[in-house]
Design a protein around this ligand. Structure first.
Ligand SMILES: *[C@@H]1O[C@H](CO)[C@@H](O)[C@H](O)[C@H]1NC(C)=O
Ligand SMILES: *[C@@H]1O[C@H](CO)[C@@H](O)[C@H](O)[C@H]1NC(C)=O
Ligand SMILES: *[C@@H]1O[C@H](CO)[C@@H](O)[C@H](O)[C@H]1NC(C)=O
Ligand SMILES: *[C@@H]1O[C@H](CO)[C@@H](O)[C@H](O)[C@H]1NC(C)=O
Ligand SMILES: *[C@@H]1O[C@H](CO)[C@@H](O)[C@H](O)[C@H]1NC(C)=O
Length: 565
């Protein structure tokens, strides 16, 4: 028995054929009366009601063309948002991409230049030596621009495995653990305002350069659109919301946040082309054994592909990353192109990655409701025969990952943070070690110390002792570094730690000496997972793109005989 987030009850039972379709039957018992429309639902889950198509009147956030020249898509509010700190939209997932192979990274050029975030924004930097964060939804759709002050701020994602443990579920490692990354109102806005995310010179460098070239030098032009325009040409982003999937081994899922009428747009799905799937291959040489691990980026699971094409399409709008596969009659949405891809600009794949080329064509798919979908029902797509076959094979052959250095005893860091109240000192760890996969990190802003002239730590042999202090930015992920606990003061609950460096820190951020920090509170110390130990790095994790059906996949992109992922 599962309770839907809206409190209405959903009964579900697993179908006998669930292995085949990896899906479950569920019934919606009652429909709400507090919604604007009433749905009546049959026992087989089909519902019917009457409503207007396109952007529904209750919609509060839409995707539409940005007000910035060359800005691509933008996000607009349809309601006034006077209060700071209110969430803009449901929180979305974050996908951590590790150690891209530079030989093929050109195939991701547009994504890299225009859309990806530093892992320091999302806390994903311990996933690998080089980590980039994909923040689908607001993080990738909305523009960030130096001439236009941002009006939303992100809040850290939550991290957990959604019930898919490596000891029990074949779905382990097949989904991202980072979720509920939420954007909050920073500056009051009125209906029609475009949303802007914080600008940093390091992010979206090329995209901004391109937009700026075409932007007026002093920009007084409005970044607000007429509500009628947005309702007519926009795509509603909040018809749906995340929840825990009703399917086994699926983890999270996407659910209808309001009644959605058959044939209407559930969600816009803007996609970016990845022109060489090898860009998502990972070749990792293990030191010191020199053994080579071959695997694929977790990002592949979120891409659309076709077995006769080397083109992958990565959806970067909100929600799509949460849509699960439902088989047969449980499928309640299908994909459709917003504009049919027959234009010549769709053919030349190299052009998409060329920074000098004119703006990449807007590839926009839409999720369309195959039947009336009632509020609280899970949105389920058919991932296609290739995917189903690969998944069935995976489930049949899957065994829990074999015990190895990090696998036994294995406890993810977020569980450790919940259960371990008293942190152990280095000395105590000799006798009572933590699980081998985790280590401790501390929020510590070295920059503050380095700037003060009292401390000279340029000589690596010096021992520097400083007192921990909290400043405005202390708890930002970029200040989270490995640390070892040296002492625990039982009377005030504070710790003395040694601060270490992590991958990716710039020279001026690295502590050169033996760096001791006293008076560190428990809240500034976290458990972290060692590099390459989380589920997304499991050797037996499922990897396969979502199949885009033959009729949707443009023939001019079918450059292969049969593609086997
Ligand atoms: C997501 O985060 C918001 C606030 O950051 C919180 O209120 C909400 O409960 C979280 N959702 C889930 C599913 O944990
Ligand atoms: C990149 O991929 C090529 C071909 O698979 C491989 O030979 C090379 O070692 C890879 N580079 C890295 C840094 O993994
Ligand atoms: C495809 O685009 C690339 C880069 O813009 C260009 O150099 C090439 O000539 C184009 N090819 C065709 C057939 O148009
Ligand atoms: C532990 O904390 C107490 C209370 O703040 C303090 O008086 C004491 O000196 C501390 N002990 C050590 C060893 O730092
Ligand atoms: C390739 O994909 C198409 C469309 O999904 C499917 O009909 C066909 O059976 C697949 N071919 C192979 C060899 O798997």
């Amino acid at each position: 028995m599962l309770k839907s987030e809206t409190g209405r009850c959903i009964l579900f039972r697993y179908s006998k054929t669930f292995i085949l379709f990896a899906c479950a039957i569920f019934y919606l018992c009652t429909a709400s009366s507090d919604e604007t429309e009433d749905a009546t639902c049959d026992n087989d889950g089909t519902c019917s009601f009457v409503s207007e198509p396109s952007v529904p009147p209750e919609c509060q956030l839409v995707m539409a063309e940005s007000t910035l020249p060359n800005g691509g898509w933008g996000v607009f509010t349809l309601i006034d948002r006077p209060e700071r700190g209110t969430p803009l939209l449901y929180g979305d997932v974050v996908v951590q991409v590790t150690d891209l192979n530079h030989t093929y990274a050109a195939a991701l050029r547009r994504l890299l230049d225009d859309y990806w975030w530093s892992a320091e924004e999302t806390g994903g930097f311990y996933e690998g030596q080089q980590v980039l964060s994909s923040i689908p939804g607001i993080g990738m759709l909305a523009n960030g621009l130096i001439v236009q002050e941002h009006n939303v701020l992100p809040f850290v994602p939550m991290v957990d495995e959604a019930g898919l443990t490596r000891t029990e579920s074949p779905g382990a490692g097949a989904i991202t653990h980072y979720h509920n990354y939420t954007w909050f109102v920073k500056k009051p806005m009125v209906a029609g305002d475009e949303i802007f995310v914080p600008y940093s010179p390091h992010w979206f460098s090329e995209r901004n350069a391109r937009i700026q070239q075409n932007a007026p030098a002093s920009r007084k032009t409005t970044t607000r659109r007429h509500l009628e325009f947005l309702r007519q040409y926009g795509f509603c982003l909040d018809n749906v919301k995340p929840g825990r999937s009703v399917l086994p081994d699926a983890g999270r899922g996407l659910f209808a946040a309001r009644n959605i009428r058959q044939g209407s747009v559930v969600l816009p799905v803007p996609v970016m082309a990845i022109t060489d799937p090898r860009a998502l291959d990972i070749t990792r040489v293990k030191k010191p054994s020199s053994q080579v691990d071959y695997s694929k980026q977790l990002l592949l699971n979120y891409c659309f592909g076709h077995n006769e094409s080397s083109v992958l399409l990565y959806p970067y709008g909100p929600g799509m990353h949460l849509v699960n596969h439902g088989g047969g009659q449980y499928t309640n949405v299908r994909l459709e192109w917003d504009t049919v891809p027959n234009d010549v600009s769709w053919t030349n794949l190299t052009q998409w990655q060329d920074p000098q080329a004119p703006r990449a064509p807007k590839f926009l798919l839409k999720l369309i409701a195959l039947r009336d979908i009632a509020v609280g029902q899970e949105i389920l797509l058919d991932y296609g025969p290739d995917w189903i076959e690969a998944w069935v094979r995976h489930v049949e052959t899957w065994t829990p990952s074999s015990p190895g250095k990090y696998e036994e005893p294995y406890t993810p860091s977020y569980v450790m943070d919940d259960v371990v109240k008293v942190l152990r000192t280095q000395e105590e760890l000799q006798t009572y070690p933590y699980p081998a996969n985790i280590f401790t990190s501390c929020f510590y802003r070295y920059e503050d110390i380095a700037r003060s002239t009292q401390v000279d730590d340029t000589d690596p042999s010096t021992l520097v002792t400083v007192q921990w202090q909290q400043t405005r930015h202390t708890f930002e992920f970029m200040n989270l570094r490995p640390c070892t606990v040296l002492e625990r003061n039982e009377s005030n609950g504070l710790f003395t730690v040694r601060i270490l460096n992590r991958f990716g820190l710039s020279a001026k951020e690295r502590v050169p000496s033996v760096h001791i920090v006293t008076h560190v509170p428990r809240k500034a110390i976290r458990f972290s997972d060692k590099l390459y130990t989380t589920d997304q790095h499991l050797k037996n994790a499922f990897r396969h793109p979502i199949g885009l059906s033959d009729d949707l996949f443009p023939d001019q992109w079918k450059d292969l005989k049969v593609k086997d992922f």
